[in-house]
Design a protein around this ligand. Sequence first.
Ligand SMILES: Cc1ncc(COP(=O)(O)O)c(C=O)c1O
Length: 365
Amino acid sequence: MNMPTDHALLNGRPCTLAELPALLRTAAGAGGDGLCCEVPPRAAAAQQSLWREGFRYEGLNRATGCLRFSRLPADASLPREPLSYLDGEWLPRADARVRVEDRGFVFSDGVYEVVRYYNGRAFTMREHEERMRFSLRSLKIELDWKAHPLAAISDELLAVNGWPDAHVYWQVTRGAAHRKHYFPRPAVAPTVTIFAYPEGPLKQDGARSMTAITREDVRWKHCEIKSISLLSNILDSEAAQAAGVGTAILVRQGIVTECPARSLFLVERGGLTSYPLDGTVLDSITRRVVIELARGAGITVREEGPALARLYAAEEAFVVGTTTEVTAVTEVDGRRIGNGQVGALTQRLADLFVERVRRECGIAG
Ligand SMILES: Cc1ncc(COP(=O)(O)O)c(C=O)c1O
């Protein structure tokens, strides 16, 4: 039977989540080695208290649906290797190994998502799940979602590692099979990998900025699929890194499209311009959120591909993405954009974005 979602079990005794931190402090203060505790999967604050008091994740109690933690002796060896998920197993990241014949490894035959957690809660999880379904469908990879509930596994992964703020990476490949270009016959089980990196909490102190260079967009035409085949993005990102700027901006036949891992907006005549979703760019979830926020605030949004000259002449420019949030672009190819500072509209949208994250992830203002 599942435990109520506002309760925990401390050494077999039920208590409310509100009572738990004080009980843990007392128990840990009294020595407390060998204590065990079970909490529901999405109880981020409780999980953080456990982490603080020296508890470590043990595994899922499938009977109650709760996460089991136990307290290690004070001298137990820490830090540990973060845990990752591979095909149903929790493994230290260094031990989570895939077969050499995995088609992700051999052909880049797979798809991915990156989800941001703030304050122990996923931001726009439903949208990431939907886009994952779309990418899988596009490549005809059949994932057993019941066996691999990506959102629930991600919640658990962060609890396991004790990270309320993190990026979670999902990757699903077509699986391991004899190396032939066409799909394996019979089909093999996809390889499912999930791992995470800890991040800082939501930044609420104003939009950041970066500079950029432009690069010819030579990617394949199906960039609406979030494929792990990212060679062109890698070369463009490396070129930006080598040039000492924050990002590349991609230009296809004179038209500005997006960035290797971000979408781009121009501010022109007080409104926004963003390349349209014509199937050749990613349907960025952050872009969707920003467009919704802008329209809600009465700001015009034009979805059209601007010529490069319009980028150079824009009043402001900014990039958006799961890892980027809303970040101003102040210089492109050595030319100042606008006055070379974070623009007023960029700042306004960054503030609206922060507000939206706060609301969705339960962060106090
Ligand atoms: C090519 C490209 N465009 C845009 C984005 C931003 O998308 P999202 O906002 O969904 O993170 C990404 C993210 O990885 C990307 O790879």
